[in-house]
Design a protein around this ligand. Structure first.
Ligand code: NDP
Length: 250
């Protein structure tokens, strides 16, 4: 089958399945971390889980760039993508306080499938589907999108950092996170991640980037709602004025 047709079919599947995943996750949070279910017996160390599920995204994108046309501007996209995924596959897992905490194997399996598909659509878009002239470097969508991407990245990093330090100070239990955007929302790490991929969608101005943004929201909005509900249920003195995910709005 023609490469372009496969790309289009995969994108349509992504757009159609995102709302289904969103609805499913509203009722059944992904079973890792505080929602890991006892019934899921096959488990691997969580650091290994994060590594194997995030690495394909970095590798698939690299493949498309190594085999695609050598246009200077698209290398900026490669850099943004790899900054995120090198952190997520290599640095984030090593910063986990307990590298061996069991993670149901279902999570890395789903993650690998998603990251291969998403790496494929974004790699195709950037190197085979769209043509980005050098003047894209001065386009407001590229400049603003890249700024939004880095803003989201730093919000995500800072919020994850607060959580990982909390976990280090008390390996056994969850605590109420404080500081940074936790003053206003329960899940600034997810807020940052959503902003990041929103910036990516804008900077690349591609359907593949937009599909990834939609999928990130489909994954993380239900998880943020579940976390917020869990905090309120678990801690009687949890700040009542704290929002779920977006300061003031949600
Ligand atoms: P969580 O916020 O659930 O957990 C992150 C880490 O912090 C875990 O080690 C967790 O421990 C620990 N932690 C969380 N809350 C507390 C607390 N209150 N007290 C002490 N420790 C705590 O994030 P995820 O694991 O879901 O995600 C990790 C990263 O991956 C995030 O940056 C997220 O944005 C990103 N991600 C992106 C997705 C996407 O679709 N793009 C999908 C999923 C994640 P424990 O494991 O014990 O719960």
């Amino acid at each position: 089958m023609d490469e372009l047709i496969i790309y289009k079919i995969v994108l349509i599947v992504m757009f159609v399945t995102a709302p289904i995943v969103f609805l499913y996750l509203l009722f059944f949070p992904a079973p890792y971390g505080r929602y890991a279910r006892q019934g899921l017996r096959m488990r691997i160390p969580c650091a290994l889980g994060w590594f194997v599920m995030e690495l394909p995204a970095a590798m698939v994108m690299l493949y498309f760039f190594l085999t695609g046309p050598k246009l200077t501007i698209v290398y900026c996209f490669l850099i943004l993508w790899e900054i995120h995924y090198i952190n997520r596959a290599f640095i984030f897992p090593l910063r986990l306080p307990n590298l061996f905490k069991p993670m149901p194997i279902l999570i890395p399996i789903m993650g690998i499938i998603f990251n291969i598909i998403n790496g494929y659509t974004n790699g195709m878009a950037l190197t085979r589907i769209y043509v980005y002239p050098l003047s894209w470097a001065y386009d407001p969508r590229f400049i603003l999108g890249s700024l939004i991407f880095f803003t989201g990245f730093f919000i995500n990093q800072h919020a994850d950092d607060i959580l990982l330090k909390l976990r280090k100070s008390n390996q056994a239990d969850y605590q109420i996170p404080v500081g940074g955007l936790y003053r206003w929302i329960s899940c600034p790490n997810y807020f940052g991640e959503i902003i990041e991929w929103g910036g990516w969608a804008l900077a690349t101005w591609s359907l593949a980037g937009f599909a990834f943004f939609i999928w990130t929201m489909a994954n993380l909005i239900p998880r943020a709602l579940a976390h917020h509900k869990w905090y309120l249920k678990t801690f009687a003195h949890y700040p009542k004025n704290r929002n779920v995910l977006i300061p003031i709005f949600l």
